[in-house]
Ligand binder design. Structure first.
Ligand SMILES: Nc1ncnc2c1ncn2[C@@H]1O[C@H](COP(=O)(O)OP(=O)(O)O)[C@@H](O)[C@H]1O
Ligand SMILES: [Mg+2]
Length: 291
């Protein structure tokens, strides 16, 4: 058995190569060699049928990119991807994640912003008024494709809401109820092969976003059964082999904030002492062996 580990075509930093190298080493330890490659060698294309000469000889692919086309092409050739193409797409777009999990996992109330084709046309005051009525203030505004906390904003009144909505007009975005009790803290749970392997509490001083990249500090946490059940349900509904679920801690219980198909596990491994790369490698090998 041989695997292909694909990372983004433009990956440069050693830091970003850390995670694929860890997974590769654990797979090698289980007797499964892999090639680690950037997604920049034309792994597959369409010429009448699908051509994938450069990807031939691999039994599976650990897909650590978010590009949407190559994984769909590779799956059409019969290759098994970890995670699957559709699961990566559903997680990459926060609004699609919320739609997929509606009725399956508790989440904060969320409203999609309408798509704008005509630059400069303002969003109607009627729409902003509905957002205000349903979600109240302050209200969270998020870019659907944001990550590391960088596309997440807070509006305190109609003027700020109007201003942020105008700024994001050209990008898919959403409006979401602000969970005040959870400001500056959340819970990151990693789920592999349908099982929650551990949890990390993240706390930030002075910012409502608790992302590690914005200064949030992580510490090991014991996920209670309610949290575990929500995360496992969410991962399974999205068809994920591996993910990091971010939960907000509301007065009414945990709420799914977002699901990361490509969650970094460096900080998580350090603070929890859980070998995430090995757990993922074991899941991949047992899946491929049909166990
Ligand atoms: N509705 C919300 N209420 C309170 N805090 C939130 C809410 N949504 C996000 N946050 C905070 O902002 C952080 C980043 O939001 P998230 O949706 O996870 O985006 P990203 O993909 O950028 O990490 C979360 O980890 C959480 O701390
Ligand atoms: Mg997040």
């Amino acid at each position: 058995m041989k695997g292909l580990i694909l990372v983004n075509a433009y990956t440069q930093s050693e830091h970003e190569l850390n995670q694929p190298r860890r997974i590769m080493a654990e797979l090698a330890g289980l007797g499964v060699p892999c090639d680690l490659r950037r997604n920049n060698f034309v792994p597959a294309w369409v010429a009448g049928d699908i051509r994938s000469d450069a990807a031939r000889g691999y039994d599976f692919c650990v897909y650590l990119d978010k590009d949407r086309y190559v994984p769909r092409l590779l799956e059409r050739t019969g290759m098994r991807l970890f995670n699957r193409a559709q699961a990566v797409e559903a997680c990459d777009d926060k609004m699609l994640t919320h739609i997929a999990l509606a009725g399956i996992a508790p989440m904060p109330a969320t409203i999609p912003a309408p798509l704008c084709y005509t630059a400069g046309a303002p969003l109607s005051e009627g729409f902003l008024g509905r957002v205000e009525d349903i979600l109240g203030y302050p209200v969270v505004v998020k870019e659907c494709y944001g990550s590391l906390g960088m596309g997440v904003y807070l509006a305190h009144d109609r003027a700020q809401l109007r201003e942020i909505a105008a700024r994001l007009q050209g990008k898919p975005h959403l409006f979401q109820k602000f969970i005040a009790e959870s400001a500056g803290r959340d819970l990151r749970v990693i789920v592999i092969g349908g099982r929650a392997v551990g949890a990390m509490r993240r706390t930030s001083q002075g910012d409502f976003r608790s992302n590690a990249e914005l200064g949030g500090r992580g510490e090991a946490a014991a996920p209670d059964p309610a949290v575990t059940a929500i995360c496992e349900r969410a991962a399974s509904a999205l068809g994920l082999d591996y993910c990091g679920v971010d939960l907000l801690l509301s007065a009414d219980g945990p709420l799914v904030c977002e699901v990361n198909s490509n969650a970094f596990f460096g900080t998580f491994e350090r603070v929890t002492d859980i070998n995430v790369a090995r757990a993922y490698a074991e899941h991949i090998v047992s899946t491929m062996q049909g166990v």
